[in-house]
Write a protein that binds this ligand. Structure first.
Ligand SMILES: NC(=O)c1ccc[n+]([C@@H]2O[C@H](COP(=O)([O-])OP(=O)(O)OC[C@H]3O[C@@H](n4cnc5c(N)ncnc54)[C@H](O)[C@@H]3O)[C@@H](O)[C@H]2O)c1
Length: 268
């Protein structure tokens, strides 16, 4: 993996990445870790997380493995507590965890609808709230409710999708969650401005990960053709976008924004 920034650009920082066991979450973890961050890897299964971590054992700082279900309030509280015990500062969260349960509306169960919303939207909310409750808000209070102008890099990067804008057959739940995540990103940016947390989202087009494994070849080909760049992205390309958003030298004046990384599939 090529470095995007100078070596150890994030040395001394602690970043939480959800959905870190595979796909975009793993690529993001690898990229942040290879830039020197201590990454807390969150995903459902400890075994898959350990296996993923073993692939980046040679990173400057070895990642922490923090198994948690992002839909569980208790798990998320414990996960954030565990990260704060290991490192007394959390610089930011990249909310990547996601699932799909694609079916047209007439065939969609309420159970699947709620589950998809709960993983994407609920998980994003819970990690956002918990890091603020356990860490950023107490810092703000200790600072006499004054803005945290201490030069510390603080951020949240959320994951939306091009389909939030474009719609996508079979994804009423997924597109609802992603549209809501864009709105949540704007609200969080306003609420966390005093903590000096930059809150942004990335809305990718198609990315070559296990999430696309269920899509038939002609569907993937149609997605490829609908981009101006004529390709499906690799997860590392999205990880590079995250690195740019996390880096205050690149994105220090950017908050409350949705960044489209979709190969020109949708032009805002
Ligand atoms: N792949 C794409 O084409 C694409 C396009 C646009 C947006 N996205 C978004 O990017 C993000 C990552 O997608 P991906 O393609 O890497 O998916 P993926 O399926 O490859 O990986 C998702 C990860 O999230 C984890 N996860 C699922 N439910 C969880 C839960 N309840 N608690 C903790 N972890 C959980 C999974 O175990 C998995 O490791 C998602 O938010 C997705 O919606 C993906």
């Amino acid at each position: 993996m090529d470095l995007i920034l100078r070596e150890n650009a994030f040395l001394g920082e602690t970043h939480i990445v959800t959905g870190a066991a595979q796909g975009i979450g793993f690529a993001v973890t690898e990229s942040l870790a290879r830039h020197g961050a201590q990454v807390a890897m969150v995903d459902l299964d400890a075994g898959r997380l350990e296996e993923a971590r073993s692939r980046i054992e040679d990173a400057a700082v070895s990642p922490l493995v923090v198994p948690a279900n992002v839909t569980s309030e208790e798990d998320v509280e414990r996960a954030v507590g565990q990260v704060l015990e290991a490192s007394d500062c959390i610089n930011g969260v990249v909310n990547v965890a996601g699932i799909t349960r694609d079916k047209r509306i007439t065939k969609k169960s309420l159970e699947d609808f709620n589950l998809v919303l709960s993983v994407h939207l609920g998980g994003t909310f819970l990690f956002t709230r918990e890091v603020a409750v356990q860490h950023w808000h107490p810092l703000f209070k200790a600072n006499g409710n004054e803005p945290l102008d201490d030069g510390v890099n603080r951020f949240i990067v959320n994951f939306s999708s091009v389909s939030a804008r474009n719609g996508n057959i079979g994804q009423v739940d997924y597109t609802a969650a992603k549209g809501a995540i864009e709105a949540v990103t704007r609200t969080t940016a306003r609420e966390f401005a005093g903590y000096r947390v930059r809150v942004n989202a990335i809305a990718p087009g198609p990315v070559n990960t296990p999430m696309l494994a269920g899509v038939p070849d002609q569907g993937i080909e149609a997605m490829r053709r609908s981009t101006l760049l004529g390709k499906v992205a690799e997860p590392e390309e999205l990880a590079a976008t995250v690195v740019g958003m996390v880096c205050p030298k690149i994105s220090g004046y950017t908050t409350g924004q949705i960044f489209a990384a979709n190969g020109g599939m949708y032009l805002a």
